[in-house]
Design a protein around this ligand. Structure first.
Ligand code: SAM
Length: 275
């Protein structure tokens, strides 16, 4: 069951103006995240690299895509959600493969692709047991590799490996576990043990749904287990405090750094980037 009003952020911190609050994501009767509902009002629910404040230059994945000639390339978006990526591919790709488990999000993504005049092939599948035909030059995944266990993370990355054409590239933004540790240091508070698991880098940022997060070390190790290799060390995608405060992650403008997720660019081991 989702937490009902419970929070490990103290009221005093909230009162102190840090704007810390747990905002439970909508949940299904069995307690799982209701991604259909999230998809419909995505930016109300999710701190996203596709927020208006992020897309001009902070979203390093978009920056990378902007430097690439995508025409004629086979592109897939794994965990596409409501299709937030689509407007940025308009006029740059002819077709795209969209994968998500949420039916409603897929409908929205398909509509977003149509709006961007991109032909979409849509698969409602679990990324942990993905079986879609073909291979891709570019596989994108933005904040969607968040399964319950670390072995599921590797399983998803193995699917990415299988989907990548020789020389193809995997571009991802992965939710950062380091950010949760950093936020803990900023707030001076210890989260409840069930909500943050430092060993498995598992975290319930909405106070209810524990998901696997990532650090540079886990990213490198798990990519390698899946036969993938980083082109460059993971880079921080920073969220401005004005945006994070609106999502209950706090407001610490005097802190040394803003909070971040990890931008990752990788390919199959032994395969040069053909772009
Ligand atoms: C945080 S949202 C990201 C959506 C989109 N990539 C974006 O950044 O706007 C996570 C998405 O991943 C999907 N998802 C989560 N776990 C999944 C899984 N195991 N298989 C397929 N889709 C999954 C959810 O349905 C949701 O649409």
């Amino acid at each position: 069951m989702p937490a009902s009003g419970g929070s490990w952020w103290s009221d005093s911190k909230r009162a102190a103006g840090h704007n810390l609050a747990v905002k439970p994501l909508p949940a299904l009767p069995d307690g799982a995240i209701d991604w259909d509902l999230v998809g419909v009002r995505y930016h109300d629910h999710v701190l996203s690299p596709f927020a208006p404040e992020m897309v001009e230059s902070r979203n390093l994945l978009l920056n990378a895509l902007r430097t690439m000639d995508l025409h004629g390339l086979r592109v897939a978006d794994l965990g596409c959600g409501p299709g937030n990526l689509m407007p940025y591919l308009a006029g740059r790709v002819e077709r795209i493969t969209l994968v998500d488990l949420s039916e409603r999000s897929l409908e929205l993504a398909e509509a977003a692709a149509e709006e961007a005049e991109i032909a979409a092939e849509v698969y409602r599948q679990d990324l942990r047991s993905l079986e879609i035909p073909g291979q891709f030059d570019i596989v994108v995944s933005v904040n969607s590799i968040l399964p319950p266990t670390r072995s599921d993370v590797v399983g998803i990355l193995r699917c990415v490996h299988r989907l990548l054409a020789p020389g193809g590239r995997f571009l991802a933004i992965l939710p950062s576990y380091d950010t949760t540790v950093y936020l803990r240091a900023l707030t001076g508070e210890a989260p409840a043990a069930r909500l943050a698991d430092d060993k498995n880098l598992a975290y319930a940022d909405d106070g209810a749904h524990v998901q696997s997060y990532h650090t540079p070390e886990s990213i490198e190790r798990e990519l390698s287990e899946a036969g993938l290799v980083l082109d460059e060390p993971p880079q921080k995608v920073y969220y401005p405090w004005e945006l994070t405060r609106r999502h209950g992650y706090g407001h610490f403008p005097d802190a040394p750094e803003q909070i971040w997720d990890w931008y990752v660019k990788a390919g199959r081991a032994g395969m040069m980037d053909h772009k």
